[in-house]
Design a protein around this ligand. Structure first.
Ligand code: PEP
Ligand code: MG
Length: 600
């Protein structure tokens, strides 16, 4: 045995080996250093310079994350930038330097302590989330002040921290993170989402981590089963390396298996589709692994331009995407701007409550100059493949009817002008607004398909913004209210004979796949990185068991109970594999059966 083994809960899988680097986000950095009165000005300058460098660093991280893992996850880092912009903390830190004549790092620590004090009386979960996110942002400044951000690791290190918060993306950008270990953090916390997106192994809930692991200690991280070997012996290292290589081999197998369609053990077909934001995204993964593009977020075509793209620009882009996918569907979602996605060149009036404001289809319906060229481009491009049109932020049946009549008059113009186009492009409605979920039967009458957007649906059902640390803990996709809504929508779509898909973040979590399938979904659309593991999860379950899991979850009163059921289901699945019980139905188009314990 090495020095010792620690155990925690894995929130991002994978193996990593490297020296431990302690990066606590809170306190414990020794006594404040006094400064001389004549040095106050210099120290304030030093603080301002560190702040500016930190903001630059975070902006670089945002750009890097946008490129590597997409704009949606990059937005997580934007809230960090907002915390750095907090005038109260900035001013108080400067005042602390001036009045208490302490060094800038100590002044920031004091300012943070003052900032979080009012929240000490809040509920524990609120307090922890808020305090940790604020500290996460400011730890970038503290590291700057203490000269730690300057350290360029000679090899990627295992970050050892108190709370899994997003700041470690700073180090990912520098290529210096092998894995992250934390004493606390949740599976749907911002830090965990970023770790999974970047493919960095992460384990949370490791008790006494900071007390027991020394800076520089060699650490072997198994992000699949949540174990950490500290200072492993030679034989342990050899075993670890053998496992790591075997896992890589299994991942290759899993990726190879992913080109086959996904069926459950008892033969039910589940469509696995990809979410993309640009043509470039189509080059980032093996297109053979998907049944289609379940969500093409066209707003990104608008977001990185200086003016609205023309109809022809859009036609060319949509056409290229359709040609890449052949006869498989590409679901183009019309412009979903507003809310958290403002267009740089299109000023919408300032709103007190943008999430409940002018966004998505609401803008498109009022701006025909914007919407009609997009619809025209889509109908024309549809000649070149299997296009579908999806409407974001639908609230009522009338909105879909309005789009239908717009489409009808565009087709009439095309016919009159002899412009090639497609007559029968399916039109879908996103279910993101609770009222739309409640009238899913009505929407299914006027739309050809439905797509559940859980990112927004969960925020509107729980009344909580995931990116707001004060309430983020309430944003919980496992809330029984969320599950019941998904089940109702799936049922209403099935009763009307309409296809329904789910395209929010939830679809990318293989542990949740049985629950979603059990709730009645047979089509999931997700970030491409998740495709192989979700397909593997589909292959290892039976519809019968998934249905039982869903019906027990639907009768739960709390998300903790739901989580317990999902965890138990997962444990049984792993037990099934480790017992080698791989017999059972094996339809011919199945990928070869294999143990995928290590793929999660
Ligand atoms: C959703 O809300 O779940 C969704 C897929 O849309 P977006 O994340 O683009 O808002
Ligand atoms: Mg949405």
């Amino acid at each position: 045995m090495g020095q010792f083994v620690l155990k925690g809960t894995s929130v991002s899988s994978g193996f990593a080996l490297g020296p431990a680097r302690i990066h606590a986000t809170s306190g414990g950095e020794g006594a404040p250093r006094s400064i001389r009165p004549e040095d106050v000005g210099t120290e304030i300058d030093r603080f301002d310079a560190a702040l500016a460098r930190s903001e630059d660093q975070l902006r670089r991280n945002i750009r890097f994350a946008t490129e590597r893992v997409g704009a949606q996850d990059a937005r997580i880092l934007e809230s960090q930038l907002q915390f750095l912009a907090d005038v109260e903390i900035r001013d108080r830190a400067r005042r602390n330097i001036r009045e208490h004549q302490v060094d800038a790092a100590a002044a920031v620590e004091r300012a943070l302590a003052h900032f979080v004090r009012p929240f000490e009386k809040a509920l524990p979960a609120v307090r922890r989330d808020l305090i940790q996110e604020v500290r996460s942002a400011w730890s970038v400044v503290l590291n700057e002040l203490r000269g730690r951000n300057m350290i360029v690791e000679s090899q990627p290190a295992v970050i050892v921290t108190d709370e899994l918060v997003p700041w470690f993306a700073t180090l990912i950008e520098r290529g210096s993170v092998a894995a992250v270990l934390a004493e606390a953090g949740g599976r749907y916390s911002h830090g965990a989402i970023l770790a999974r997106s970047f493919g960095v192994p992460a384990i949370v809930g490791v008790r006494d981590l900071l007390r027991r692991v020394q800076n520089g200690a060699l650490v072997a991280v198994n992000g699949d089963d949540g174990t950490v070997l500290v200072e492993p012996t030679e034989p342990e290292l050899r075993l670890f390396e053998a496992r790591r290589i075997a896992r890589l081999e299994q991942r290759r197998e899993l990726a190879a298996a992913a080109i086959h369609p996904a069926r459950t053990r008892d033969g039910a077909r589940v469509q696995v589709m990809a979410n993309v934001e640009s043509l470039r995204d189509l080059d980032g993964f093996d297109l053979r692994t998907v049944d289609g593009i379940g969500l093409y977020r066209t707003e990104y075509l608008y977001l990185d331009r200086l003016e609205f793209p023309s109809e022809d620009d859009q036609y060319n882009l949509y056409r290229r995407a359709l040609e890449r996918l052949g006869d498989r569907p590409v679901v183009f979602r019309t412009l979903d701007s507003g809310g958290d996605k403002p267009l740089p060149y299109f000023q919408t009036p300032k709103e007190a409550n943008p999430a409940l404001g002018w966004r998505g289809l609401r803008i498109s319906l009022e701006m025909p100059d914007l919407f009609v060229p997009q619809l025209r481009a889509l109908l024309r491009a549809a000649v070149h493949g299997n296009a579908r049109i999806l409407l974001p932020m639908v609230t009522s049946v009338e909105e879909v009817v309005a789009v239908r009549s717009l489409l009808a008059s565009i087709r009439e113009d095309f016919r009159a002008a002899g412009i090639p186009h497609r007559e029968d492009v399916p039109l879908g409605a996103m279910i993101e607004v609770p009222a739309a979920a409640a009238v899913a039967d009505g929407l299914a009458e006027v739309a050809d398909f439905l797509s559940i957007g859980t990112n927004d649906l969960v925020q509107y059902l729980t009344g909580a913004d995931r990116d707001n640390p004060r309430v983020g803990h309430l944003y919980d996709p496992y809330h029984p209210g969320v599950l019941r809504t998904i089940r109702d929508v799936a049922r209403r779509a099935a009763d009307s004979g309409r296809e329904v898909s789910l395209c929010g973040e939830l679809a990318a979590d293989p542990q949740t796949t049985p629950l979603l399938v059990g709730l009645g979904l047979r089509s999931l659309s997700m970030a491409p990185v998740a495709i192989a593991t979700v397909k593997s999860a589909v292959r290892s379950m039976r519809i019968l068991d998934a249905g039982a899991l869903a019906s027990s979850s639907l009768s739960c009163r709390t998300s903790t109970q739901v989580r317990g059921l999902v965890d138990a289901f997962e444990a049984r699945r792993l037990g099934f594999h480790s017992a080698g019980a791989t017999s059972g139905s094996s339809p011919s188009e199945h990928a070869p059966r294999r143990d995928d314990r290590d793929e999660r």
